[in-house]
Design a protein around this ligand. Structure first.
Ligand code: FES
Length: 116
């Protein structure tokens, strides 16, 4: 039985759009890893909430539809992220639901530039 898939688009700071698919129940970090999405430095701690390189910015409607609120550990890590917004979350903490189909997330510039 294959799991349902949703479409997700990553919008890089340079305007490049990368559309891909992710399975319901996977985290956005899983999607980046499984599809070899080219986001330099993304997900350095492999989802253990000890980096902030998976920082993503959501639009308000998607943000409100996310299945979970940020826990204290995530909020602490977000405090360390550059370009923090009201609708910022850490991608490794976001589990895809069917409701999130068509999700579009902004990848902050500092994440792309970190190692260049
Ligand atoms: Fe490090 Fe998400 S991958 S906090």
């Amino acid at each position: 039985l294959s799991k349902k898939e949703v479409t997700i688009t990553f919008v890089k700071a340079n305007g490049q759009r990368i559309q891909t698919k992710g399975k319901v129940g996977d985290s956005i970090l899983d999607v980046v890893v499984n599809n070899s999405i080219d986001l330099d430095g993304f997900g350095a701690c492999e989802g253990t909430l000890t980096c902030s390189t998976c920082h993503l910015i959501f639009n308000q409607a998607d943000f409100d539809a996310l299945p979970s609120k940020a826990c204290d550990e995530e909020l602490d890590m977000l405090d360390l992220a550059y370009d923090l917004c009201e609708t910022s979350r850490l991608g490794c903490q976001i589990i895809l639901t069917e409701k999130l189909d068509g999700l579009e997330v902004k990848v902050p510039a500092t994440l792309n530039d970190a190692r260049s």
